[in-house]
Design a protein. Sequence first.
Length: 341
Amino acid sequence: MILATRRACQPTRSGWQREMAEAVRSPRELVTALGLDPSLIEGAARAARLFRLRVPWSYVRRMRRGDPRDPLLRQVLPLDVERESHPGFRADPLGERAATTAPSLLQKYRGRALLLATSACAVHCRYCFRREFPYAEHAAAPRWREALAQIERDGRIEEVILSGGDPLSLSDGRLAALTQALGRIAHVRRLRVHTRLPIVLPSRVDAGLAAWLSGLKWPVVVVVHANHANEIDGEVRAACAALRAAGATLLNQSVLLRGVNDDAAALAELSERLFEAGVLPYYLHLLDRVRGTAHFEVDEQRARSIAGELAARLPGYLVPRLVREIAGAAAKAPLPPRFAT
Ligand code: SF4
């Protein structure tokens, strides 16, 4: 049963910023609202000390009441197992410290630079590869100034990727200030936005955001992040339609997560729902091995088999590329699908 009590899913109607401010932060509140076993609360509270719980009500309303295995809940509910150590799982599995060329700026791949526009997210995904990212060190520098100076210095940077945190958690005014500054750098020819907000808080895509997007000087690619078909409801479809109407090309990246989307049927349904929303599947990432996330890992052989089954079910344009990110590599490493014999 989809969560439907008025008390538990009180909608907020005063704009996305208020919805963000009113996001659920307490394990007790989340467990109670979903009618889950209260014994979950203690472990969730312990794990939330490592990485806080945060989830907007609009996302909670898409979860099934009374189901601890709900694929949306699993993405956000802290669990005691996050406190376990596992070999190979560490704070910075992608070597992002080494890729930092200025505060808030990462340069991993040729021609592109990733600007960490903010540390804030509307939701805290338990598998996040930046859950231990030292945002405070980056915020210590005057915001964006050094990052913009580095982009200006490096004439090879043709594409800037706004990331974070979630860049769309910035106000329209802050976004406009940032893109105006980028617009003065002649060699920047494309803008990409990596965001989960149109999925978890679709009210973010309002008239102000659409006006900002449609006023940009570059072709813009918005890469959203959905992992399961249940995340895509009518509000998300409307948000995606508004982004497209504002001129954005929409792609999706997912993470292959045990207990969330680790079967071909679930991924096929996700691709179909995304397509109905005007979004093409782009990447299916193997889990980045950050501390506290081992319980989400799907091993490479099984991932390739799932990708093979997915490819056998769907037309090619609905099949995301299965990839692994390797610290220091020149590009993401594609993993070939394994087909059943
Ligand atoms: S929205 Fe992205 S950056 Fe934020 S917690 Fe989730 S995965 Fe991490």
